[in-house]
Design a protein around this ligand. Structure first.
Ligand code: NAP
Length: 279
C-alpha cells in the first residue's frame, strides 16, 4: 500500500463562505505550479463545526483555512495550538497531521508583516511608534506581529474601549490605549499606522479618524482590501505618506498553509494579485 495515494484536498471553512477569495488564490497557485490538489469553500454552521472538522481528514483533507465566525472556536477543537495562535486567541490555518492530530496556527500576523516588507522595503518598524485603529481579531494579530518586529510602542484606539483594554492586558506595557475620538491626535510621530477596523470597506461606514496630523514619513496600511484603495489610504497618500493596501496580507497569510498542504512555497507576486483581483 502506498503512503497516501489520494489527491490532497484543502479548503476554507466559514459561515457564510461564498465571498472568500481564498479558493481563487489557492486554485491559481495549484494551476501555476502544476500540482495535484483541490481547494474548496465549505460552509459550516457553528453548531456543526467540531463534528465536520473531525470528519474532513477521513475524506482526504490535509488542512483548512478558517475564517469568520470560526477563528476563535476552532482553538477548542484543535489538539495542538501554536503559541502565537493562543496569544492572538484565534487560528486561521489548520494542518491535519498523519497521526490524526489537528494543528492550529495563525498566519495573519506574519502575512501582515510580509506584505509591508514586500511593498515598503525601507520601512523600519523599530524606529518609532505605531498607531493601530481597532481591537478586533485582526488587530490582535497585527499587534502581536508589530511587537515581534520590535515596534517600541503601540498607540491603540478602538470604538469600544474595554476591547482595547483587554488587548493591553494580554500584550503588555508597549500598548497605550486611547479613546477612539483621540485617534487623530496619535498620528504626529507615528512611523506605522494601521487600520484594522472594518471601516471603509464596501458597504460599511467610512473611517472617522482623520489623518490631518499624519507624519508624512509614516507607512500607512489598511487591512480592508475591498476597495483596494480605501479613502483612508487616499487621504494618507495625499499627505505624502507611503501606503500599502490590504490585499498583500491576504496573499501572504495563505502561503504557509499552501506549502504545508501541497508541498511547495508559492510566490506572492503581481501575477498572484491579478489572479485574485480578476477572479
Ligand atoms: P472584528 O473582530 O469584527 O473587529 C472589527 C473592528 O472594527 C473592531 O475594532 C470594531 O470596533 C471596529 N468597528 C466596526 N464597526 C465600527 C464603527 N462603525 N466605528 C468604529 N469601529 C468599528 O473583525 P476583524 O476580524 O478584526 O477584521 C477587521 C477588518 O480587517 C475586516 O474588514 C476584515 O476584512 C479585515 N481583515 C483583513 C485581512 C487581510 O488579510 N487583509 C485579514 C483579517 C482581517 P468595536 O470593537 O467597537 O466593535
Amino acid at each position: 500500500m502506498t503512503d497516501n495515494p489520494r489527491i490532497p484536498l484543502a479548503g476554507v471553512i466559514g459561515h457564510p463562505i461564498a465571498h472568500s477569495r481564498s479558493p481563487a488564490l489557492h486554485g491559481y497557485w495549484l494551476k501555476r505550479y502544476g500540482l495535484k490538489g483541490h481547494y474548496i469553500p465549505i460552509d459550516i454552521a457553528p453548531a456543526d463545526l467540531a463534528e465536520l472538522v473531525r470528519t474532513l481528514p477521513r475524506l482526504g483533507f490535509v488542512g483548512l483555512n478558517v475564517t469568520i465566525p470560526h477563528k476563535e472556536a476552532i482553538l477548542q477543537i484543535a489538539d495542538i495550538v501554536t503559541d502565537r495562535a493562543a496569544l492572538i486567541g484565534a487560528a486561521n490555518t489548520l494542518i491535519f497531521r498523519k497521526d490524526g492530530k489537528i494543528h492550529a496556527d495563525n498566519t495573519d500576523g506574519s502575512g501582515f508583516i510580509a506584505n509591508l516588507r514586500q511593498n515598503a522595503p525601507q520601512w523600519n518598524p523599530a524606529s518609532g511608534p505605531a498607531v493601530v485603529l481597532g481591537a478586533g481579531g485582526a488587530a490582535r494579530a497585527v499587534v502581536a506581529a508589530l511587537i515581534e518586529v520590535g515596534v517600541p510602542e503601540i498607540h491603540l484606539a478602538n470604538r469600544t474601549r474595554p476591547r482595547a483594554d483587554a488587548l493591553r492586558s494580554d500584550f503588555g506595557a508597549k500598548i497605550h490605549v486611547h479613546e477612539w475620538v483621540q485617534g487623530a491626535n496619535l498620528m504626529d510621530d507615528a512611523v506605522t499606522v494601521v487600520n484594522t477596523t472594518s471601516l471603509g470597506m464596501t458597504g460599511k461606514p467610512d473611517m472617522t479618524v482623520s489623518l490631518h496630523r499624519l507624519n508624512p514619513h509614516a507607512l500607512v496600511n489598511d487591512l480592508v482590501y475591498t476597495p483596494l484603495k480605501t479613502q483612508f489610504l487616499i487621504e494618507a497618500e495625499e499627505r505624502g505618506a507611503k501606503v500599502v493596501d490590504g490585499l498583500g496580507m491576504l496573499l501572504h497569510q495563505a502561503a504557509p498553509g499552501f506549502e504545508r498542504w501541497f508541498g511547495l512555497r508559492p510566490e506572492v507576486d503581481e501575477a498572484t494579485r491579478q489572479a485574485v483581483l480578476s477572479a
